[in-house]
Design a protein around this ligand. Structure first.
Ligand SMILES: Nc1ncnc2c1ncn2[C@@H]1O[C@H](COP(=O)(O)OP(=O)(O)OP(=O)(O)O)[C@@H](O)[C@H]1O
Ligand SMILES: [Mg+2]
Length: 365
């Protein structure tokens, strides 16, 4: 799994036995700076360099294979002991279907290369079957959340704060719903990099030294994505530094923007508030909420979220037996298992697809 944040490739080793699904190992693999630059270039609408796309597809396939082989080495695993690898791939564009444009979602990191170098069958291309059925192709983690975190009496909400944030609502006797709520760490990381040359604001400390600018917060909350009904999903295409700079210009013009740490505090509030508002407007009120993804480490973000959730108890998925750093990667191992057993992986109530579908293509070793 390599998510929107481009912080690292996450590799997990998962054992599935008599209905039990357990993570037994993990490894975080760094992404070389040059490759990261190439990915970011490919994420820019307009930069349509087919050569770069094809080269990066190969390099990422090799990187994902390296990550897997290191995971095997750390945990003394022989490829012959592995049923399959699930590879989400790196998203370079995600533009869900709309009346106004042709919808698609593109992940790269050639699975043929992963299968060849690791000698393990590889499942990849998870999103496009759902899009072919009219769905958003995202989020795909809710089916796993339901299977792993669902409770027969308590209404749980799982909140994943990656580059983009998404929630899964698991009411005990109703259909699960889930959708992207907007930016997770994406804008926080971008603003922090621009102003401090650090890839992220550790524990949200820099942002916590600033004050939320209410006028700016209101303007940012006016982004049309927030008022869209679900199903909905988003990506770097909608929330990026250029958009933030445009909003700063519109709000403050020649007066200049507020202090950089105040903007960071405001971005933290934007992430927390948009998640909390989504949770609070669910049809059935939640009994408890659990965070996963890197955002779980941002104390400032977690405190604001807890406050905005108005009494819904907030914990991380560690309380449910799964370390928040590995939930997304484990979810894609679970989706690979579904593909191997020819079981559906999407949830039409979440993505809007016409029906359930077996997700992913299988690439033989
Ligand atoms: N100690 C920390 N303090 C603040 N933020 C952190 C900390 N550790 C991680 N993060 C944030 O988490 C991000 C990585 O989270 P994660 O890996 O869940 O996102 P992702 O790769 O975009 O995942 P996905 O798209 O699959 O949800 C980092 O870019 C950073 O913003
Ligand atoms: Mg990540």
């Amino acid at each position: 799994m390599s998510g929107t944040s481009l912080d690292s490739v996450d590799a997990v080793l998962v054992e599935s036995q008599s209905g039990q699904f357990n993570m037994i190992g993990h490894h975080s693999h760094s992404i070389p700076a040059k490759l990261k630059d190439a990915i970011l270039k490919l994420c820019q609408p307009g930069d349509d360099t087919l050569q770069l796309y094809a080269e990066t597809d190969v390099q990422l396939g090799e990187l994902f294979a390296d990550a897997t082989l290191q995971l095997f080495a750390i945990h003394h695993i022989q490829p012959s002991a592995v049923t399959a690898i699930g590879s989400h791939g790196q998203t370079v564009r995600h533009l869900p279907p709309s009346d106004n444009w042709i919808g698609f979602s593109q992940q790269i990191g050639d699975p043929n290369i992963i299968a060849a170098l690791t000698r393990c069958a590889t499942v990849a291309d998870f999103r496009r079957a759902d899009i072919a059925l009219g769905g958003q192709g995202a989020p795909l983690v809710p089916a796993f959340h339901e299977d792993f975190f669902g409770h027969s009496e308590r209404h749980r909400v799982i909140i994943n704060i990656g580059g983009i944030a998404n929630i899964t609502s698991l009411p005990p006797s109703n259909l699960c719903i889930g959708f992207d709520t907007g930016p997770g760490n994406l804008l926080l990381d971008a603003w922090c990099w621009l102003n401090r040359h650090q890839p992220f604001d550790r524990n949200g400390e820099w942002g916590a030294s600033g004050a939320v600018n209410e006028q700016l917060l209101e303007r940012l909350k006016a982004h049309p994505f927030f008022s869209l009904p679900s199903p909905k999903s988003t990506g770097r295409e909608s929330f990026h530094l250029d958009w933030l700079n445009q909003q700063l210009w519109k709000q403050f013009g020649d007066d200049g923007p507020p202090a950089a740490q105040d903007v960071q505090a405001t971005l933290c509030a934007l992430t927390a508030d948009s998640i909390a508002e989504s949770v609070l407007t669910l049809d059935v009120s939640a009994d408890e909420a659990f965070v996963c993804g890197g955002g779980a480490h941002n104390s400032a973000l977690m405190s604001r979220l807890e406050k905005q959730l108005q009494g819904v108890p907030l914990l991380t998925t560690a309380a449910l037996g799964l370390d928040p750093d590995w939930v997304e990667a484990v979810a894609f191992a679970w989706l690979a298992m579904r593909r191997i057993h020819h079981l559906p992986g999407n949830m039409p109530s979440v993505t809007g697809a016409q029906r359930y579908a077996v997700l992913g293509g299988l690439y033989s070793a």
